[in-house]
Design a binder for this molecule. Structure first.
Ligand code: HPA
Ligand code: ZN
Length: 326
């Protein structure tokens, strides 16, 4: 078995995956057809041609309008099932999946429609594909914190189906501290907390500092710019904070895969895991991300095994179940 095949097959957990970022062109067309939604594109190739961007905001400008085709509980179910099927084929045994309820409720789709579809997929996939998972509800940081708070309240009747909360979308001018009150309330309600500190954003290191010190996060999504601040790096290590990095995504939102930074953090002993972020948009699922980093950094099987182990160690599985995977 060559190293790329080993990278794809090794049992792993995925901790940074946006369900809405798994909308493949073929499914987008099928859902548009099913829901009578007119699209300008008529073939998967044409849809794929629209999936082009140079940074985070140009990605988000394609990502949000695409979601219009998601309308019914079955649509959310089908989206999640397609992802879970592919993830399981690339070695994923446990997944903690982000979803963006505000991007649906703001266009008239009920919160319960979204979460019921996703939840049903998780239950079905556990039986069909031997993969298990949890949901993490993300707040959109480019919308008002009062909308995030209202969304948190809306989620409370479904709290048993949501393991934690996250913060995503456009980071410019939207630092973690802006959401400190919402995150404190989420924590008081029993949710774990993670925050996107995307690659090479304005004030990246300061955003990481706020996430750790002011939001008391349990994990950081991306967070690669922590290499710029030795003190923060040491602190993240001593707190055992996981960093969920996404090599292929990095190449789209910044100018490179950030191989050197990822390996510096990995070699320093931080709990760095490899993930796919928005695989339908960024050219690969999680195994492809393992394989891409393996090629770029000339990784050994031992190093890949360590990355996979980090993914379970920094997951939110209960210690008893986590030990079963380690
Ligand atoms: N960054 C910020 N927001 C997002 C992303 C991302 O990579 N994917 C989906 N929403
Ligand atoms: Zn992300």
């Amino acid at each position: 078995m060559d190293i790329a095949e080993f990278a794809r097959r090794i049992p792993k957990a995925e901790l940074h995956l946006h369900l809405e970022g798994t909308l493949e062109p073929e499914l987008k067309l099928a859902l548009a057809h099913r829901n009578n939604i007119p699209l300008t594109e008529t073939t998967a190739e044409e849809v794929r041609d629209t999936y082009t961007f140079t940074d985070l905001s140009s990605f988000l400008a394609v990502y949000y309008p695409s979601m219009e085709v998601l309308q019914t509980e079955d649509d959310f179910f089908d989206l999640a099932m397609a992802y879970l099927n592919r993830a399981s084929a690339q070695g994923v045994r446990h997944v903690e999946m982000f979803f963006d309820p505000q991007s649906h409720t703001s266009r008239g789709v009920q919160f319960s429609t979204v979460i019921r579809g996703y939840r049903r997929a998780l239950i079905t996939a556990r039986r069909s594909f031997a993969i298990q998972g949890e949901l993490i509800m993300c707040f959109l940081r480019d919308m008002d914190p009062s909308f995030a708070m209202a969304t948190l309240m809306e989620a409370l009747p479904h709290r048993d189906w949501i393991i934690g909360v996250g913060l995503d979308s456009d980071e410019r001018g939207n630092p973690p501290a802006k959401f400190a009150a919402v995150m404190a309330r989420a924590r008081a309600e029993g949710f774990l907390v993670t925050v996107h500190c995307d690659i090479d954003q304005q004030d990246s290191a300061e955003h990481i500092r706020q996430a750790i010190h002011e939001l008391q996060v349990d994990r950081i999504d991306h967070g690669t710019n922590i290499v710029e601040d030795r003190r923060l790096l040491r602190e993240a290590k001593s707190r055992g904070l996981g960093l969920t990095v996404c090599p292929l995504s990095n190449g789209f939102v910044s100018d490179a895969m950030k191989t050197d930074e990822i390996m510096q953090l990995f070699d320093a002993g931080l709990l760095v895991s490899i993930n796919s972020d928005d695989p339908a948009y960024f050219g690969g699922y999680i195994g492809d991300n393992y394989a891409a980093l393996a090629k770029a950094a000339d990784l050994t099987r031992e190093q890949l095994t360590r990355f996979a182990r980090n993914s379970f160690e920094s997951s939110w599985l209960s210690p008893r179940i986590r030990d079963h995977f380690l």
